[in-house]
Design a protein around this ligand. Structure first.
Ligand SMILES: O=C(CO)[C@H](O)[C@H](O)COP(=O)(O)O
Length: 221
């Protein structure tokens, strides 16, 4: 199934309750929440208290993307705040396998994110243990950047490996996705599209979400 995970990074932070309710109205599949610490990435966003306060305003799964150093310190806090999928960056984890085990032990789905310049080979021995790979298609830290086209080959290569090895691992991409490039991204093998500015920076985000879902329907979803 192809899923849309709008990133609330591009929403008005003073109206986050409305921002998640828009996603329910439009029929989005996940709420993508970008957590940045000003250390792993050069920007600071939000943390567990904000996620916890949003939890009561939607039943959609919370897809929490940690762009933070030392994520191990905070896994329990994000679980308690209501994260359903917790994604850590391979580049931020000293003991990636241990971190993934801990996320799963807490009852969440585990994702591993890779920056654009990080090779897929870091995933080889962890893929059977995770639920999702997040391929960063921009350099992490900011919304509204342009999709890096070399990432399409990376998605194709990962998708081929996952299919050949029959692994139940989803592929999410994050950064620069929009209505013009969605088809190409899906054809490469992505099944979860994060879209921030392409949803929230439009006059009618509810209609925009529905337009994305119309594109997805071409792929039998
Ligand atoms: O993780 C992110 C940045 O680090 C954002 O989720 C991503 O950039 C989405 O925003 P946009 O769709 O506007 O590119």
């Amino acid at each position: 199934m192809i899923k849309l995970a709008p990133s609330i990074l591009s929403a008005d932070f003073s109206q986050l309750k409305d921002a998640v309710q828009i996603l329910d109205k439009g029929g989005a599949h996940l709420v993508h929440i970008d957590v940045m610490d000003g250390h792993f990435v050069p920007n600071i966003t939000l943390g567990p208290p904000v996620i916890k306060s949003l939890r009561k305003h939607t039943k959609l799964p919370f897809d929490v993307h940690l762009m933070i150093s030392n994520p191990d310190q905070y896994l329990e806090s994000f679980h308690e705040a209501g994260a359903d999928i917790l994604t850590v960056h391979a580049e931020a984890c000293t003991h990636l396998h241990r971190t993934v085990q801990q996320i799963k032990k807490l009852g969440m789905k585990a994702g591993v994110a890779l920056n654009p310049a990080t090779d897929l080979s870091v995933l080889k021995y962890i893929l059977p243990d995770i639920d999702m790979v997040l391929i960063m298609t921009v350099n992490p830290g900011f919304g509204g950047q342009t999709f890096i086209p070399q990432c399409l080959d990376k998605i194709r290569e990962l998708s081929k490996y996952i299919q050949e090895n029959q692994l139940p691992v989803e592929i999410e991409i994050d950064g620069g996705a929009n209505l013009d490039n969605a088809e190409e991204i899906i054809k490469a093998g992505t099944n979860i599209l994060v879209a921030g500015s392409a949803v929230y920076d439009t006059p009618n985000p509810v209609e925009t979400i529905q337009e994305f879902i119309k594109v997805f329907s071409k792929f039998g979803e």
